[in-house]
Design a binder for this molecule. Structure first.
Ligand code: UDX
Length: 443
């Protein structure tokens, strides 16, 4: 099938690369000329494990980036809209979705065959049918379902595991008219997963509900962690590990073997969730529910708990160091999660801001996210490696659970054994350090 993907951000480019690897002819369209040139030159615009290899294999054959929307749409069977949907104070900002729909609609005036437009961007319930559908039919002078198709198929990929998630999706959710659904089925024919056929509004709500559930689990764990930290005998990690072994969270196969690995999926207490999805999507859903006259009670608490988590790390530092002024502190981890260079809504941003305000002397380090962080904080100290970051510091704070940090106990015991280690992700054992503190642990 020939596919146009409008918007070469995270979702767009990874989806394009994955579909190209399944033998579809894919065009990535973006208005950013430099991004288009970079992609065609084989340079990925962001760090994502495995993406480079797929681009190297398929670029120039069945994958191509371009700024030419008209040509590609007219050549394609289906277009995916994968542009950003940021959150503004007035709820979800649909500017980019509307622009994409308007441009595609105008082009479709000239289309000779049935072309389907499928929204993949995360949009609030009703957007595809009412806003995108209306724009498309008005601009093209064509009727949806008769002359052009309209669908909604959300993307569930996680940054850092995006290629793996796209190659092996847990499910494909697809809304739309009959012909569009048929095309989506063909596109995903080679994917060994469940195909959930539904309507556009349900597809939109499935995506929000999924993100809201995981964000709620994280804030729930962080709330219990806060309570746990008042009890000297309790460690939240031990609590959550035991809770997670319940077979409803850690299923077992018929032989009694655990099906999921023993990690605490979304029940891990820490400095909070960040990224390009959870924070904006939870706020957008909350705003939408309120404006529909059905305000939610749980999500405002999820947001409030999460907003507080970075300050909890600073509180721990303050308590242990007896004040923050002039204290030498290393921050390890700037990305919002490991295996990405993305710092959007990263807890590190709030922690660094607060520490700067308290006049601490901070040095930061991240294996991938340094250049993105420098755009926000050009004048702080950046260490070139972990060892130089932690040397001669009074405290070391871990905010991202990079695998590279796993050897920290060994490094600290040989270089700076008395340093205070504040574990913002609870990735270490208390016994591995002389001086250990963390979220959900009494001090
Ligand atoms: C998320 C959804 O998982 C994905 O399905 C959706 O398509 C986009 O949003 P992503 O933002 O890439 O994906 O990352 P994810 O791995 O879900 O982590 C989000 C945040 O939660 C990170 O900041 C992470 O550190 C934090 N987190 C995760 C916790 O604080 N505790 C946990 O137990 C798990």
């Amino acid at each position: 099938m020939t596919i146009t993907i409008v918007g070469s951000g995270y979702v767009g480019l990874v989806t394009a690369a994955t579909l190209a690897s399944k033998n579809h002819r894919v065009y990535c369209v973006d208005i950013d000329k430099k991004k288009v040139t970079d992609i065609n030159d084989g340079k990925t615009p962001f760090y994502e494990p495995g993406l480079q290899e797929i681009l190297d294999k398929h670029l120039g054959t069945n994958l191509q980036a371009t700024t030419d929307l008209e040509n590609t749409v007219l050549k394609s069977d289906l277009s995916f809209i994968t542009v950003g949907t940021p959150y503004s104070k007035k709820g979800i900002d649909l500017t980019y979705v509307k622009t994409a729909a308007t441009q595609i609609g105008q082009i479709l005036q000239k289309a000779k065959k049935y072309h389907s437009v499928v929204v993949k961007s995360t949009v609030i319930p009703g957007t595809t049918d009412t806003i995108v559908g209306t724009i498309l039919s008005n601009q093209s002078n064509k009727k949806i379902g008769d002359d052009i198709g309209l669908g909604m198929s959300p993307e569930f990929l996680r940054e850092g595991q995006a290629v793996e998630d796209c190659m092996h999706p847990d499910r494909i959710v697809a809304g739309g008219d009959l012909k569009t659904i048929r095309k989506l089925r063909r596109i995903y024919l080679d994917f060994d997963t469940e195909f959930i056929e539904t309507n556009n509004t349900t597809a939109e709500l499935i995506k929000y509900t999924s993100n809201a559930l995981f964000a709620t689990m994280i804030s729930f764990s962080n709330e219990i962690a806060q309570m746990a930290s008042h009890h000297p005998d309790v460690d939240i990690t031990e609590v959550m590990k035991a809770v997670h072994l319940d077979k409803r969270l850690t299923p077992k196969d018929s032989a009694g073997k655990k099906i999921t690995p023993g990690f605490l999926s979304y029940l891990q207490a820490g400095c909070g969730f960040g990224g390009s999805c959870f924070p904006k999507d939870i706020k957008a859903l909350n705003y939408y529910a309120k404006s529909e006259g059905v305000p939610l009670k749980l999500l405002p608490a999820v947001i409030a708990i999460n907003n507080k988590q970075p300050s909890r790390v600073v509180d721990i530092l303050n308590r242990h160091l007896k004040g923050l002024k002039d204290k030498k502190i290393a921050i390890l981890g700037l990305a919002f999660k490991p295996d990405t260079d993305d710092i959007r809504e990263s807890p590190a941003i709030k922690v660094v801001k607060e520490l700067k305000q308290s006049s601490s002397q901070i040095t930061v380090y991240d294996p991938q996210a340094e250049s993105n962080f420098k755009k926000l904080f050009p004048n702080i100290n950046y260490a070139s490696d972990i060892k130089s970051a932690v040397t001669k510091k009074q405290a070391v704070v871990v905010l991202t659970s990079w695998r590279k940090f796993r050897h920290l106990p060994k490094l600290i015991s040989s270089t700076n054994p008395d340093v205070l280690l504040v574990d913002g992700r609870r990735m270490f054992e208390k016994k591995d350090f002389k001086n250990y503190a963390g979220i959900g642990l009494s001090q």
